[in-house]
Design a protein around this ligand. Structure first.
Ligand code: ZN
Length: 306
């Protein structure tokens, strides 16, 4: 079968359909980033992330790279200017704010994109920066080619994913870590639902000591009780190929972080209300600490100068 390469317009239309159908993973190696292109892709990428599709973007690091500008413009379009370092960094911030992962690495000039396990795009187009140039991209439907591309371009080395992946030193270690991870996810979820250990144990029909063993990740608590606790707390355990789900808990980690921040905010608000109710002079001096220095303060060398 002969595959027809698509031009830039055809590619973005077809790629948008692939992104809309993506189920778990999108890997994009786009050596350059450009805000204008990102603006056009933003809605589709955000929709993927809302569906919990992981997006890892690999970008060529502009630092210490003498060929960074030279490699950008093809021979037939020498006037094309590469995006500035500031623009690339701003675009990376936009991607991170969307929830995508961004990895900078030296001199990677090949352009590829992978969607789930079967779709590989390969060609000349910088997916995240193409602007005026004429490019070609070919779509391959092949699990084997996807695996080859991941290996060849080291697309399994996303910095964020690697940080979140469970440390798998030995089989025994990995099993221990697995139960610990599930146990701490159960504990975090229980706390975020404001349930005590005893309350959850009662709901599950087990003793509190079993509940304590589960949250400590003790394997001898019994797998069925781990699953029961997950079920009771509406937690999903997913089993996927490793590169589709490098961490059992990345989603839960994000939720836990957001919930922890929310709790901290609530605690801070309560503390501030308590302080307001406290004595007036004390409140005044504390407020002074947080307000900008006044003329009077500067003159009298007050607490701001300490
Ligand atoms: Zn990643």
């Amino acid at each position: 079968m002969i595959l027809k390469p698509l031009n830039e317009e055809e590619f973005y239309k077809a790629f948008a359909i692939d992104l809309a159908r993506a189920q778990a993973l999108v890997l994009i190696q786009s050596p350059y980033l450009r805000l204008r292109r990102l603006q056009k892709l933003r809605g589709t990428l955000a929709a993927c992330i809302r569906r919990r599709v992981r997006i890892c973007v690999f970008v060529r690091s502009p630092e210490d790279d003498p060929d960074f500008e030279l490699d950008f413009a093809p021979d037939f379009a020498p006037d094309l200017q590469p995006p500035s370092v500031d623009e690339i960094m701003e675009a990376a911030r936009v991607l991170l704010a969307l929830g995508a992962h961004v990895t900078f690495r030296p001199s990677k000039h090949e352009k590829v994109a992978v969607v789930d396990e079967n779709i590989l795009w390969d060609g000349s187009l910088n997916v995240m920066s193409q602007n005026q140039s004429s490019e070609r991209m070919t779509r391959f439907w092949s699990r084997e080619m996807v695996y080859q591309a991941i290996e060849m371009h080291r697309l399994d080395c996303c910095e964020t994913c690697l940080k979140r992946r469970l440390p798998l030193e030995t089989e025994a270690e990995s099993e221990k870590d697995l139960f610990k991870t599930i146990g701490s996810a159960i504990e975090n979820r229980r706390k975020s639902l404001k349930l005590t250990q005893a309350e959850l144990a009662r709901k599950m029909g087990v003793s509190q000591s079993v509940m304590s063993n589960i949250e400590s990740g003790k394997r001898n608590a019994g797998m069925k009780y781990f699953l029961l606790a997950c079920c009771e707390l509406r937690l999903h355990l997913r089993v996927s190929p490793w590169y589709l789900a490098p961490s059992l808990s990345d989603w839960d980690l994000d939720i836990a972080k957001a919930e922890k921040q929310e709790l901290l905010n609530q605690e801070r608000e309560l503390a501030e209300q308590e302080l307001e109710r406290a004595s007036a002079p004390r409140t005044k001096s504390l407020l002074l600490l947080n307000s900008p220095p006044t003329k009077h303060d500067r003159k009298t060398n007050t607490i701001h100068n300490l």
